[in-house]
Design a protein around this ligand. Sequence first.
Ligand code: ZN
Length: 252
Amino acid sequence: MLQVGAGAVGSSTIYFLGLMGASAELLVLDHDVVKVENLDRSLLFGLDDASPHEIPKVEAVVRAAESFPALRVHPVRSRWADYVAAGYRVGEFDLALALANEDHVWSAMAEAVLPLTLQATTDRDWGVAFGAHSPGTGYCLRCRFPPDTPVMPTICAEGEIEIESAAGQPETVHASLPFQSAAAAGLLAVEIDKLALGPAAGGPNYVEGRIDVTENVLSLHRTPSRACPACRNFPEDLWAVKYERTRFASFR
Ligand SMILES: [Zn+2]
């Protein structure tokens, strides 16, 4: 499995995979270090990872994964663009997870034509979203995140919460939320688990929901967009050559 991004959602996903007893070999790619302000949004990182030294997130993942021997983690400290420039080994993975949110990495990953790719993210206002992207048959990461989409701020797991003020009055404050990243990672972990049930278990390839009291959930089956360059020019022959023998090829 190729996992691009080991931030709040990425690190929490590894935590869930470990708890699930998943057996997997993962190449985890991330360029960043663990900071104290990351800790409330990650189920995996601890204070030792951020203090006294801010260690690379991929190193913190390796450290935490020692508790989950069925997960074999290969850390790569890099941005996606640099990894590709250094000789990305296309066709080596059965599954890709797109969990970084800087430098338009999502559309860049779509253009690299990956195997079955799962993506999960947090959104403003208590939102979480999941997408499954299958080259040629489903919608791709570029359909969902065109390159002209504004780059999302690094911190988006925020929302309004009601508290009681010092004077005993109800008050609304804007807060950083520890729950959203865990919810997005949980959504993703369930979809990874469903892969073991076979293609028949495949459900909607797009799910979004809000984890506040509204509990609104939207699930859709999205098709490729004819306006999307990555889908319009999808080379079927390339898929056959590179990915026919990948474990989840029949899930397209
Ligand atoms: Zn597309």
